[in-house]
Design a protein around this ligand. Structure first.
Ligand code: COA
Length: 167
């Protein structure tokens, strides 16, 4: 099936991924089973100040998702819906972990729908064992030398240690 075919379903999964966690990977795996192609889109210019550069986050995400053959990773800047249209994506994937995610996600989905009604936001629930996870807590635990192997793959743990030892 060619990538421009209407039956070839492409989804984008946007985020900061600073760093990518098991929770994100769980969502990526679920999305890869639902769509023909998933583009993990790593946000570059965001209000957050990431510990890893955009290029570092991309290569880390590439490494830990390489087992999923229909997943690719790209950097994005600007409006998410513009990136989706440019890449012929039909859907935006977002993970919903808890009720607290809902308000922000609902607002973002409605804004994106207003901007580009043809792009559908799809919410996926990661495994419940990851519902409390987020990247800032992982960074904080790593900063204070705590164990993060339950939250991120060994490759991410290693990169985080290297990064923090330089700071
Ligand atoms: N497992 C673990 N953590 C998860 C998770 C999951 N399944 N899903 C979300 N998170 C965490 C992230 O780690 C992050 O935690 P942190 O804040 O502690 O770092 C938090 O939830 C939210 O992160 P994320 O889902 O990556 O969203 P984001 O806020 O970093 O990125 C963009 C949001 C980039 C997608 C959004 O701002 C955007 O689209 N920007 C482009 C500009 C645009 O189009 N704006 C209009 C949008 S309406």
């Amino acid at each position: 099936m060619s990538a421009s075919s209407p039956t070839h379903k492409i989804a984008i999964y946007p985020g900061t991924f600073d760093p990518i966690t098991h929770g994100h990977i769980d969502v990526i795996e679920r999305a890869s089973k639902l769509f023909d192609e998933v583009i993990v889109t790593v946000a570059q210019n965001i209000s957050k100040t990431p510990i890893f550069s955009a290029n570092e986050r991309i290569s880390i995400v590439q490494e830990v998702t390489k087992e999923f053959k229909n997943v690719k990773v790209e950097k994005f800047d600007g409006l998410l819906v513009d990136f989706a249209v440019k890449n012929k994506a039909n859907a935006i994937i977002r993970g919903l972990r808890a009720v607290s995610d809902f308000e922000f996600e609902f607002q973002m989905a409605l804004f994106n729908r207003k901007l580009k009604p043809e792009i559908i936001t799809v919410f996926l629930m990661p495994h419940e064992k990851y519902t409390y996870l987020n990247s800032s807590v992982v960074r904080e635990i790593a900063k204070f030398g705590g164990q993060i192997d339950h939250f991120v793959p060994p490759f991410v743990e290693q990169k985080l240690k290297e990064k923090l030892s330089k700071k």
